[in-house]
Design a protein around this ligand. Structure first.
Ligand code: DSN
Length: 419
């Protein structure tokens, strides 16, 4: 047992037990939450490294504290690599996570009260895209576009109508629960027509953009692109803001000193190594497999008559309408799947009549399963277990059998960084 583990075991047995429990849970279950992943062993090492001891307010070459020779080096590496991987002019690698990253972006280019047009939460947008319960929803004047009632797809004519009616200063695209792709050129055209800046929040599929298996909004001339680093990118928890050179000063001063204090340099180091991986051929293959797996998973569910929002997927995630498909709400479906060690999350669907704590659906995704080496055949098997569990949810013996099969299956797929 490594030194830090025995120390933890000795000094804090309760915490050690929880750590071991979580490791076992991650090893023995199938992770289908589309925003989760298993990070690299080097990331785990850097997160637990001495970089966590260091205060580094400011930016490389312009810090408020001494002793920055190595922190400057890692932040420069992270910035350079982010610019290379995403073809960006400028990168800020300090946002602590997704919400801070989006808040800093808005506050960098807008004034409180300015109008923003973004996707409605229940139609696939994110809390920070102006949900009324979020601070951003109160600080800015959000208008929200919705998807088409039957297909669940984005209706660009509706987005344009909303833009013409509301005259936003910022037009946002990007999603946390939309199983489609985005026409960035069309968004840009609409923004130009109304004089708005453009921002894409690609947090969910940042890794797929980095690997060039999904389109890059910067190639369509977007002003700002944000992404978290721990989802399909497989890095530590964190956020990146990518932008044009003209916005670099405003974005940087919005992150620090505007919103945050000292950056987490252990996290910045881990982001740097993540971006080195993201530029590799192995990562490109991984990203392609994430998409193939999602498509195979969706097809397997559709073949069995399951109802999926938008009728399938063009990215790494799918949203199953559990009311239509199984007559149960999303929370019940999530709980049933938990009993067979398949981890998902309940999800609201467009204009959901149920509250978010119930939801009419469940969101499923393939980044984590693909990291463990699962392929399209495995996804078909997982689809089968998912259906068997949901259809036989009142049959305890059947659920126990499925849980045992899932556990045995998972033994074949080691989790990176876990012995
Ligand atoms: N919690 C993330 C997700 O699951 O999509 C977004 O913040």
């Amino acid at each position: 047992m490594s030194d830090h583990r025995s120390l933890l075991q000795e000094n804090d047995p309760e915490l050690f037990a929880a750590l071991c429990g979580e490791e076992q849970r991650q090893r023995e279950g199938i992770e289908l939450i589309p925003s989760e992943n298993y990070t690299y062993p080097e990331v785990l090492a850097l997160l637990g490294s001495v970089f966590t001891n260091k205060y580094s307010e400011g930016y490389p070459g312009k810090r408020y504290y001494g002793g920055q020779e190595y922190t400057d080096e890692i932040e420069n590496l992270a910035r350079q690599r982010a610019c290379e991987v995403f073809r960006a002019q400028h990168a800020n690698v300090q946002p602590l996570s997704g919400s801070a990253m989006n808040q800093a972006s808005y506050l960098g280019v807008l004034k409180p009260g300015d109008r923003i047009l973004a996707m409605d939460l229940s139609h696939g947008g994110h809390l920070t895209h102006g949900a009324p319960v979020s601070h951003m929803g109160r600080l800015f004047d959000f208008a929200r576009y919705k998807t088409l009632p039957r297909s669940g797809a984005i209706d660009y004519d509706h987005v344009r109508d909303m833009a013409l009616a509301h005259k936003p200063r910022l037009l946002i695209c990007g999603y946390s629960s939309y199983p489609g792709d985005l026409d960035y050129a069309r968004f840009k055209e609409i923004a130009v027509e109304v004089g708005a800046l453009t921002m894409a929040d690609i947090s969910h599929f940042g890794g797929l953009v980095a690997a060039n298996v999904m389109a890059n909004p910067l190639d369509a001339g977007f002003d700002i692109v944000t992404t978290t680093t721990h989802k399909s990118l497989r890095g530590p928890r964190g956020g990146l803001i990518l932008c044009r050179d003209e916005l670099a000063r405003d974005i940087d001063s919005s992150v620090f000193p505007g919103l945050q204090g000292g950056p987490h340099m252990n996290q910045v180091a881990a982001v740097a190594v993540t971006l080195k991986h993201a530029a590799s051929e192995g990562f490109a293959r991984y990203a392609g497999q994430v998409l193939e797996n999602a498509s195979a998973f969706a097809d397997a569910l559709l073949d069995q008559g399951v109802s999926l929002v938008t009728g399938g997927t063009k990215n790494h995630l799918l949203v199953m309408d559990t009311i239509q498909s199984f007559g149960i709400d999303g929370r019940t479906a999530q709980d049933v799947l938990d009993t067979v060690a398949i981890t998902t999350n309940k999800q609201v669907i467009p204009d959901d009549p149920l509250p978010p704590f119930k939801g009419s659906g469940v969101r499923l995704g393939t980044p984590a399963a693909t990291t463990r080496g699962m392929d399209t055949n495995h996804m078909r098997q997982i689809a089968l277990w998912t259906l068997q569990a949901l259809r036989n949810r009142d049959d305890a013996a059947q659920l126990t059998t499925i849980a045992a099969e899932v556990k045995a299956f998972c033994r074949e797929f080691p989790v990176p960084g876990l012995a």
